[in-house]
Design a protein around this ligand. Structure first.
Ligand code: ADP
Ligand code: MG
Length: 220
């Protein structure tokens, strides 16, 4: 494969009653290793569908999805589980931290599930500025703090790519910009490959590589 991430004619359909809609309509795009890529489009454009297909959380009906030479669209269920655990890190709009676990326990959870995952998180938590929040529960953290903990969790198994679905969508503008700056730093300093999907055009203006999506199609 030429590119680190590549979508080849990817289609995903949903049938509700007699109406069939294409949430992904022959998607073709690529992301190179170490790139910071933002995919922008209005609500319902197919952004979450695209990210979930890339993250192995959802399957496509047609086409091929490549990550680091692996054809994700041909994985078995068992291969998908491994892929989700080691190859991708997910960051969501509503953080999705487990309320009964402390920040530290949340961050370490994917590494526990991975068994041979790392237990030394000191570097990661410093980078994300959450080293003094580790004993707190999610309810004791602000939105921005929760999202930084969630990013630390997504990085704990050292994924090949970090996938972020509206990562600033629940934050005020200034906190959202802080979180975006942090993601940009992770890309620049650690060479992390990052894919963000968002409806927020203002976020996109701050990124080098913008892909636009509408009605399940890449438009630009
Ligand atoms: P976005 O994240 O850009 O808002 P989505 O990927 O969530 O868009 O959805 C794309 C399209 O697919 C929308 O029209 C949405 O209604 C439809 N869709 C998404 N998930 C389902 C589902 N589980 N069943 C039926 N339609 C769905
Ligand atoms: Mg969405």
């Amino acid at each position: 494969m030429e590119h680190f991430v590549e979508f080849e004619d990817v289609c995903k359909y949903y049938q509700t009653g007699s109406v069939k809609i294409a949430a992904a309509d022959h998607l073709n795009f690529y992301v190179d290793k170490g790139e910071f890529c933002i995919i922008v489009g209005p609500s319902g454009a197919g952004k979450t569908t695209l990210l979930n297909i890339l993250g192995g959380m959802d399957s496509c009906d047609e086409g091929n999805v490549w990550l680091d030479g692996q054809n994700v669209s041909h994985f078995t269920a068992r291969e998908l589980t491994t892929y989700r655990r080691y190859d991708v890190g997910f960051v969501f709009q509503f953080y999705d931290l487990i309320p009964e676990l402390t920040a530290k326990e949340n961050i370490l959870l994917p590494s526990k599930l991975a068994k041979k995952g790392k237990t030394d998180i000191s570097d990661t938590v410093k980078k994300l500025g959450v080293e003094n929040l580790l004993g707190r529960y999610p309810s004791e953290l602000s939105g921005g703090q929760q999202q930084r903990v969630a990013i630390a969790r997504a990085l704990v198994n050292d994924p090949s790519v970090l996938l972020c679905d509206e990562p600033t969508g629940n934050l005020d503008v200034s906190t959202g910009n802080d979180v975006l700056s942090l993601l940009i730093d992770l890309n620049r300093n650690d060479n992390r490959t990052i894919v963000i999907v968002t409806h927020d055009n203002q976020l996109a203006e701050k990124c080098d590589r913008i892909i636009r999506i509408s009605d399940g199609k890449i438009t630009d």
